[in-house]
Design a protein around this ligand. Structure first.
Ligand SMILES: Nc1ncnc2c1ncn2[C@@H]1O[C@H](COP(=O)(O)OP(=O)(O)OP(=O)(O)O)[C@@H](O)[C@H]1O
Ligand SMILES: N[C@@H](CCO)C(=O)O
Length: 321
């Protein structure tokens, strides 16, 4: 459960008085999510999400994340809109944490998405890439090649506890990716964590994207590969080419992918599988037993990484070449 920081109604009312947010009626902690603390607030005006940023979020990155949501919303993308304080600032402080109020988005995330949902996700991702094109702030991806190495160094010594031979396999993978990582593909603002729990649907219609707290500047097709990994594998570990085709068709219906981007998909997907494997592995090895947080399985992403390593042609993803 991700309520790391507790609040009380006295401090919350004081915090809310800095906004034009109405009077507090009630609030409750939201159990989902692993990075930050979220509360749902009911006020005499619209419902709001209060986010307290926890220690893994760098305070210096918050203007990028909040500014990006504001920018994307102004370009017509449905995503939470940060509520400015009366002094115009988007960021405040509560319980000694940086804190922001963002608009509440209606919808639910899908536990069992189908191909038609994947198509919508692809289209929404491409729309986000286009809408982010003229966002002025920049944030390099802290979880790319260099960041992976740093994470790996913290886990490598214990990797064989998870699976024998893993230490050597991942070391080779990192070397391969460092030597072959594409450099000249179109880049821009990417979401970088567009998993099922960050996409809301109302019925079968996509109603919005949330959680921009890994957003950064990187290759646009890398973001596509993150979605292929997150949306197009079955729980049993098999890749579902029908979902892959739908996601890619949805994306390409809004923003075409060049031949070079399509050809790079296998290596990008290896990189994105490794990225989530490494963060999950680190959490797996370091989160104390009994912590109130759901530890995600790193091996799920090891399986995906191995799948992409065996891809011979991007056509295997279900792309019409
Ligand atoms: N704008 C919003 N509107 C409605 N619900 C929201 C909104 N933002 C967050 N939530 C709710 O809070 C939950 C956690 O939010 P979020 O994914 O941003 O947290 P997080 O801790 O950064 O999680 P993670 O990085 O693990 O996905 C969401 O699953 C959703 O239920
Ligand atoms: N989406 C991430 C966790 C939060 O960023 C994962 O599934 O590993």
């Amino acid at each position: 459960m991700a309520v790391y920081t507790d609040i009380n109604e006295v401090d919350l009312k004081d915090f809310l008085s800095q906004y034009d947010a109405g009077e507090l009626l009630s609030y409750k902690g939201i159990a989902e999510g692993v990075e930050n603390t979220n509360f749902l607030l009911h006020t005499t005006k619209d419902p709001l999400i209060l986010t307290l940023y926890e220690k893994r979020v760098d305070r210096n990155d918050l203007p990028f994340f909040l500014g990006l949501m504001e920018h994307l919303a102004s370009r017509g993308l449905t995503c939470p809109l940060p509520l400015p304080r009366k002094d115009g600032e988007l960021l405040g402080e509560l319980s000694e944490r940086p804190a922001a109020l963002i608009s509440f988005l209606e919808g639910m995330w899908l536990r069992k998405p189908e191909a038609r949902h994947c198509r919508e996700v692809g289209a929404a991702l491409a729309a986000m890439h286009l809408a982010g094109a003229d966002f002025a702030l920049k944030r390099p991806n802290a979880l790319s090649l260099e960041g992976w190495k740093v994470l790996w160094e913290k886990s490598a010594a214990r990797a064989d506890e998870v699976e024998k031979g893993l230490e050597a396999e991942i070391r080779e993978e990192l070397d391969f990716l460092a030597a072959h990582w594409p450099k000249d593909l179109p880049a821009g603002v990417i979401h970088a964590d567009l998993f099922q729990d960050n996409v809301f649907f109302l019925g079968d219609t996509l109603s919005g994207l949330i959680d921009f707290y890994f957003a950064c500047n990187d290759l646009l097709a890398y973001d596509v590969s993150i979605c292929l990994n997150a949306w197009c594998f079955e729980k049993t570990g098999e890749y579902n080419a029908t979902k892959g085709m739908a996601l890619l068709e949805g994306y390409r219906s809004v923003r075409p992918l060049s031949d070079a981007e399509l050809a790079a998909l296998p290596i990008l997907a290896r990189g994105s599988a490794l990225r989530f494997f490494l963060t999950r592995l680190y959490d797996w090895l370091t989160t104390p037993e009994g912590a109130l947080v759901v530890k995600k399985d790193p091996l799920e992403y090891l399986g995906k990484l191995r799948f992409h390593r065996a891809i011979v042609s991007p056509g295997e993803y279900g792309i019409e070449l």
